[in-house]
Design a protein around this ligand. Structure first.
Ligand SMILES: [Zn+2]
Length: 130
């Protein structure tokens, strides 16, 4: 089975996921057998192998698991440097990667810091401290 067919079959396309994020909603994939969740397209559950994968709405809030501070950025992020590239554990899962603007020192963003997904015209998923 091709991935594109799978996405159609499960009703969630990358475009629909991107459009939802612009509206402030995080959509992803969830296994109906074991409830494992993924932000990236998946035809089969990475945890139990089931092909019963459906669309799910994830929480917008979560906590920082790890991060790295970026002081040099591509043109798209010139107005946000320094920023932190973060891994966030959304409440109820899964873990996603994104970024938090204006973080210059590790003390500015302790591991465990609560953050909230904020729609942005910038690439990737932007989070802000709550
Ligand atoms: Zn599963």
């Amino acid at each position: 089975m091709r991935l594109a067919e799978t996405l159609t079959e499960h009703g969630l396309t990358l475009k629909a996921q991107r459009d939802a994020m612009r509206e402030g909603k995080i959509l992803g994939w969830e296994c109906t057998a074991c409830r494992h969740r993924a932000i990236t397209p998946t035809a089969r559950c990475a945890k139990c192998g089931s092909d019963k994968v459906t669309t799910a709405t994830f929480a917008n809030d979560g906590k920082v698991v790890t991060f790295t501070i970026q002081t040099v950025a591509s043109e798209q992020f010139l107005n946000e440097v320094p920023f932190a590239w973060v891994v966030v554990e959304l409440d109820g899962g899964p873990r996603v990667s994104g970024w938090v603007p204006f973080v210059s020192r590790p003390g500015d963003l302790p591991v465990g810091q609560r953050v909230r997904f904020t729609p942005s015209y910038k690439p990737g998923m932007m989070f802000e401290k709550t």
